[in-house]
Ligand binder design. Structure first.
Ligand code: SF4
Ligand code: SF4
Length: 404
C-alpha cells in the first residue's frame, strides 16, 4: 500500500519567494526539461525540477537545507529552455538569497545590507568609524608635504580596524557555514562510513579539491548559454585573490621587515596589487554589462545583485584612482578618495556573510559537501540538441482553405 504523505506548506515562505522575484514559480508543470538541460545537475535526484515542486508545495525547511540550491551556478540555461517560462534559474537565485538571510547571524545586519532604504545606514557605519578614529588621532585634515596616505589615515587606524573587521567577517561566516553544513547533513547526509577522517584528511580530500575547482571555475565553464558570466566571475574572483596576496605581502613587509608604505611602482607586490585591481574592475564591468545587455536572459537582477557588483566596481576603481592621484600628487582628490576607498573595502568585507559575497562561502561549502556525500555533479557535456529553428516558408504549414 502506498504511503500517504501530508504536505504542510509554509505559506509565508511561498509568499516571500513570489514577492522576491520567484513569481514565475507557479508556471512550472514539472516537465523536467530544466533538469535535463542543466550541465551541472547529477543524474540522481537532479535539480532544479525537484526544487521547483518543493517551492510550489512550500517545503521551506527542505529548500533551506538543500545543497543543490548552491550547486546551481545561475547560468540560466534551464530558464532559457523551460517551455513554460517558469525561470527555474531565477527561482533558485531567490532561494539562495533567502538562505543567506536565514543563515545570517546577527540577522539585523542582513536586513541592513538587503533593504534599499537601510543602505545609508549601512554606509554610515564605516564612515562614522573612520571619522571618529581620525578625529581621535588628530588627522582630520588634508596633510601637507609629500603625499602619503598613512599621514591622513595612519596604520594605527587602518590596521586594527581592518583586522577586527576581518575577524568579525570570519566569525559570522563560520557560524553561517556551520549552519548550512548541518542543514545539508540533515537533508542529504553523507553515507555512513566505518572510517572517520582526521581534520587533515578532510581538508586534503574534500576542501582542497573543492577550492581548486572554485579557483579554476570549472563549473561555471560547464554552463553553455551564459559564457560571459563565467569570464566575469573568474575575473572578480582572481581580482580578490591577487588583492588578498597584495594585502598579506604589504602587512608582512610593514610589520616583519619594517618596510613603510608607499612602495615603489617597480616592486613586484605593486604589480600584483595593480593587476588585481584591474582584473577586479574588468570582472565587475563584464558582470554589470552582461546583466544590462542580456536583460532577463542573464537572470533576473535584484537589488541584492546590483549592490554587490556596484560596490566591487567602486572598490576597484577607487583603489586604482587613489594610486594614480598619489603619483600625480593631486592631494585634494587623492586623500578624500582614499577615505572613500576604505569605506567600500570595509563594506565589502564586514558585510561579506550578509551580501551576495556569501555565495563564495556557501557554494564552496556545498561543493565540499557534494564530494563528502559522494554526490558528484556530472561532467561537462555539450547539449547535443537544439530547439528547432523557426519553420522556413512553407515548411509544416497547412494549406490555406480555399474560398469556395
Ligand atoms: S521549471 Fe520549466 S522546465 Fe523545469 S520542470 Fe518546470 S516547467 Fe519544466
Ligand atoms: S541556472 Fe544553470 S546551473 Fe542553475 S539549475 Fe539552471 S541550468 Fe543548472
Amino acid at each position: 500500500m502506498s504511503e500517504v504523505v501530508r504536505v504542510k506548506p509554509d505559506v509565508p515562505f511561498v509568499k516571500e519567494l513570489l514577492a522576491n522575484g520567484g513569481d514565475t514559480l507557479k508556471k512550472c508543470f514539472q516537465c523536467a526539461t530544466c533538469s535535463v538541460v542543466c550541465n551541472l545537475s547529477p543524474d540522481q535526484k537532479p535539480f532544479p525540477r525537484k526544487e521547483m515542486i518543493w517551492a510550489q508545495w512550500g517545503l521551506s525547511e527542505r529548500l533551506a537545507n538543500d545543497p543543490d540550491v548552491w550547486l546551481c551556478h545561475q547560468c540560466n540555461d534551464c530558464s532559457k529552455h523551460c517551455p513554460r517560462g517558469a525561470r527555474p534559474g531565477d527561482v533558485l537565485a531567490v532561494l539562495r538569497r533567502m538562505a543567506i538571510l536565514r543563515n545570517a547571524t546577527p540577522r539585523f545586519v542582513a536586513r541592513l545590507v538587503n533593504e534599499p532604504k537601510l543602505l545609508p545606514v549601512a554606509f554610515a557605519i564605516p564612515v562614522a568609524l573612520l571619522l571618529i578614529l581620525m578625529a581621535a588621532h588628530g588627522t582630520l585634515r588634508i596633510p601637507e608635504g609629500e603625499m602619503v596616505y598613512a599621514k591622513f589615515i595612519p596604520h594605527t587606524i587602518v590596521d586594527p580596524l581592518f583586522v577586527l573587521t576581518a575577524a568579525w567577517a570570519v566569525i559570522c561566516s563560520a557560524m553561517g557555514v556551520k549552519r548550512v553544513w548541518e542543514g545539508f547533513q540533515r537533508l542529504a547526509p553523507a553515507p555512513k562510513r566505518e572510517y572517520h577522517y582526521s581534520l587533515l584528511e578532510f581538508i586534503t580530500l574534500f576542501i582542497v579539491p573543492a577550492v581548486v575547482e572554485v579557483l579554476k571555475h570549472n563549473k561555471f565553464k560547464d554552463c553553455v548559454v551564459n559564457r560571459a558570466r563565467y569570464l566575469a566571475h573568474l575575473n572578480i574572483l582572481w581580482g580578490f585573490v591577487l588583492l588578498a596576496i597584495t594585502t598579506g605581502s604589504v602587512a608582512t613587509g610593514v610589520y616583519l621587515f619594517g618596510k613603510e608604505t608607499p612602495w615603489s611602482l617597480t616592486h613586484p607586490v605593486k604589480w600584483i596589487g595593480n593587476l588585481g585591481a584591474i582584473v577586479l574592475i574588468v570582472g565587475s564591468v563584464l558582470a554589470l554589462s552582461n546583466r544590462l545587455s542580456r536583460g532577463e536572459d542573464a537572470g533576473k537582477a535584484t537589488y541584492f545583485d546590483w549592490l554587490f557588483l556596484v560596490v566591487v566596481l567602486a572598490a576597484g576603481v577607487s583603489g586604482l584612482l587613489t594610486e594614480i592621484f598619489r603619483l600625480a600628487e593631486v592631494r585634494a582628490l587623492g586623500y578624500p578618495l582614499y577615505f572613500i576607498h576604505l569605506v567600500f573595502v570595509w563594506f565589502l568585507f564586514a558585510y561579506l556573510p550578509f551580501s551576495k559575497f556569501a555565495h563564495l562561502l556557501y557554494r564552496t561549502t556545498a561543493m565540499v559537501h557534494a564530494r563528502y556525500a559522494e554526490r558528484e555533479t556530472r561532467k561537462a557535456k555539450v547539449i547535443s540538441y537544439q530547439w528547432p529553428e523557426e519553420p522556413s516558408e512553407g515548411e509544416g504549414q497547412a494549406e490555406a482553405p480555399s474560398a469556395a
